[in-house]
Design a protein around this ligand. Structure first.
Ligand code: GLU
Length: 312
């Protein structure tokens, strides 16, 4: 791999942006540790943003933040919550609407799936059904009281981004949803608005989000917002090669504590999974080099993290 190292800046920021839909698992903690290391090792601020626009489980937010602190991560300034920033998202939608880049979409999920799986349809992309509705058709849908989502009128089908770990990456852009039928701003919009508003110029997150990144970068360019640097890091998988889930054993910090492991031991095991000695986050900072990151997913065995993933 080529030498990947973010340039040193003092004004920028990195972030971790958990969705409070449940407890963080070891994969989430490892991604958070990496986001913290990338930011702190380049003298950036590290910000915490709770993405609570949907899938909120009571109590999850407080536990997530407590777990992150327990493994030795800290962040600058107050925690930002997306549910408190709705006017910002609407302002971005208004701006795109004024530029003629937004349309109402009345399709149900089922209709989209059926159209998208039609022969020769673009794989997984919104097929554009509502792009050119006539005024009469739109009025009929409104009379039917179907909730309208708002979609972006994209003028490209692909967009290229540069990722510090994956290099140049070209991916699909479609007429993505900006606001859902129930009025909730869409993740892709909120993330772009917030990263820019918070001065975040370094986005480190799981590589399951790599394929969404061209959409987000395209949206940022339409809103004339700077596109951040990206690093999409490998996920943690179970032995079957599937993304970690609750049923995979002792996957949360609470599970590990119940087994008698300390938060320090969990943090040390995460360091080991990154190819480092069993150090705390702050001790790791001195030697952290993104170029040496293992690019394969980290596989956990079903008996829990600490038995099989010992440091060399
Ligand atoms: N909230 C998203 C998640 O927990 C992460 C979004 C991001 O890092 O851009 O999967």
């Amino acid at each position: 791999m080529t030498n990947v190292r973010f340039s040193n800046v003092v004004t920028g920021a990195g972030r971790y942006a958990p969705s409070p839909s449940g407890d963080l698992h070891l994969g989430n903690l490892r991604t958070a540790l990496l986001a913290w290391l990338f930011a702190r090792s380049t003298d950036r601020r590290f910000l915490m943003r709770v993405e609570d626009l949907d899938r909120v489980r009571p109590g999850a937010q407080a536990r997530q933040l407590a777990d992150l602190a327990a493994i030795g991560l800290d962040w600058d300034g107050p925690v930002i919550r997306q549910s408190e920033r709705l006017p910002r998202y609407q302002a971005a939608i208004d701006r795109l609407t004024d530029a003629g880049l937004v349309y109402e979409c009345y399709c149900t999920r089922r209709e989209i799936q059926q159209a998208a799986t039609a022969p020769h349809g673009p794989m997984g992309a919104y097929p554009g059904t509502c792009r050119a509705l006539t005024d009469a058709e739109r009025a009929a849908h409104r009379a039917d009281r179907r909730p309208a989502a708002l979609r972006l009128r994209a003028s490209v089908t692909e967009f290229e981004i540069v990722d510090e770990l994956h290099g140049r990456y070209r991916g699909q852009v479609d007429d993505l949803v900006l606001r859902r039928g129930d009025g909730t701003p869409a993740y892709n919009l909120a993330v772009v608005v917030d990263d820019a508003a918070q001065g975040i110029d370094q986005v480190v997150r799981g590589d399951d989000l790599l394929s969404s990144t061209p959409r987000q970068a395209y949206l940022a360019s339409l809103l004339e917002l700077p596109v951040p640097q990206y690093a999409h890091v490998p996920l943690v998988l179970n032995e079957a090669g599937i993304r970690l889930a609750k049923r995979d054993g002792a996957v949360t910090l609470a599970d590990q504590l119940a087994l008698g492991n300390t938060p320090e031991q969990v943090a040390a095991a995460l360091a080991c999974s990154l190819g480092y000695p069993p150090l705390s986050p702050i001790e790791l900072l001195d030697s952290f080099t993104p170029a040496h990151l293992p690019m394969e997913p980290w596989i956990l065995d079903e008996n829990g993290l600490l038995q099989r993933n010992r440091c060399p």
